[in-house]
Design a protein around this ligand. Structure first.
Ligand SMILES: Nc1ncnc2c1ncn2[C@@H]1O[C@H](COP(=O)(O)OP(=O)(O)OP(=O)(O)O)[C@@H](O)[C@H]1O
Ligand SMILES: O=C(O)[C@@H](CO)OP(=O)(O)O
Length: 299
């Protein structure tokens, strides 16, 4: 068995863990697994029982280059440097219901080795238990039905948007508290949810927001049916309100354009995840440069 030394810690070499960090470079999981296996063989050939993390990093980098994955090799080093330096950051994924936020968040967390994925629905759920329907009616409804819980002003704003905005501004109190706490403690997390609307959330200099969209009502309908098969959230509840849900997407996208938040259309999960990681790498290295932190390999 090969033992990996990392500071004071010693852990058995895990092909699974290495596979995961190789996928952070945008390499397909199957390729990542076979490269991790080759790295393991190389290390075994050296007949060393204890290897350092740097040795693993260098061997992996070399293997990626050998297989012609030049860009991926540089990305791999970038993300391992980020992990090694323990740079705290938050990733925020917003977008209307059903676009694929939690699916993408889980995949990103896996590739980036982030342990915490928090849905804003959970924050809303906690608030529901603490604040009665009489006091805050909008948080007790789905985003697209919040308008039914209150009387919107007669002019100037659509009731759908008015109800949603009320819900978002209440849930944002909990979200902002969470961001503040995470920043204070320096932990990495991915937040996802419909309540992450640009302009309502206080972003720190190490939090990065993306808005996920779906191309059409029909694509969204298909996603609700797919989700209905995998979970207890019935498709019809959402497909009966597709116009309202698309209306919320329009509102969120407008806010994102206003605030300069990147908008990513989610067609294929893998491509969406790669696009986010690519953009995040650029934004992150720019931000770190401003802070005077150098990351060795950046394209
Ligand atoms: N690019 C995609 N192509 C096809 N199906 C997708 C894609 N992205 C996500 N899905 C599927 O769409 C369904 C909805 O995705 P998910 O539950 O992640 O959405 P969400 O944005 O988190 O929704 P909510 O805000 O309601 O929690 C899931 O069944 C998921 O597997
Ligand atoms: O409010 C909503 O639109 C969704 C967001 O995920 O939540 P729920 O399905 O619980 O209503």
């Amino acid at each position: 068995m090969i033992i990996v030394e990392d500071g004071n810690m010693r852990l058995p070499f895990s092909r699974g863990i290495l596979t995961r960090s190789i996928t952070s470079a945008g390499v397909d999981v199957g390729v990542a697994y076979s490269i991790a296996a080759e790295v393991m063989k190389d290390l075994q050939k050296k007949k060393k029982r204890i290897v350092s993390k740097d040795e693993i990093r260098e061997t992996t980098y070399r293997k990626l280059l050998e297989h012609g994955y030049k860009t991926a090799a540089r990305r791999y080093i970038f993300w391992s440097e980020i992990r090694r330096k323990g740079i705290p950051m938050m990733l925020l994924l917003g977008g209307t219901t059903g676009v694929g936020k939690s699916t993408i968040a889980t995949e990103l967390a896996f590739r980036m080795g982030i342990r915490s994925v928090i849905g804003t629905d959970t924050i809303r759920e906690v608030m529901r238990k603490m604040i009665s329907k009489e006091l805050l009616p909008t948080i007790h409804a789905s985003s697209f039905l919040a308008w039914k819980a209150i009387n919107a002003p007669l002019k100037g704003i659509s009731p759908l948007i008015y109800g949603f905005e009320r819900q978002v501004s209440h849930v944002a109190v909990g979200i902002n508290a969470l961001i503040e706490r995470a920043t204070k403690e320096g932990f990495n997390a991915i937040l996802e949810g419909i309540h992450l609307v640009p302009g309502y959330i206080s972003l720190t200099d190490m939090s990065f927001m993306y808005i996920i969209t779906v191309e059409s009502k029909e694509a969204l309908r298909a996603r609700f049916y797919a989700r209905g098969l995998q979970s207890l959230r019935p498709a019809n509840y959402y497909t009966d309100h597709l116009d309202e849900i698309m209306g919320l997407q329009e509102f969120i996208v407008e806010r994102a354009r206003e605030k300069g938040v990147p908008i990513i259309e989610n067609i294929e999960v893998d491509k969406t995840v790669n696009l986010i990681m690519e953009d995040l790498m650029k934004r992150l290295s720019e931000r770190l440069k401003q802070k005077g932190i150098r990351i060795e390999v950046v394209e």
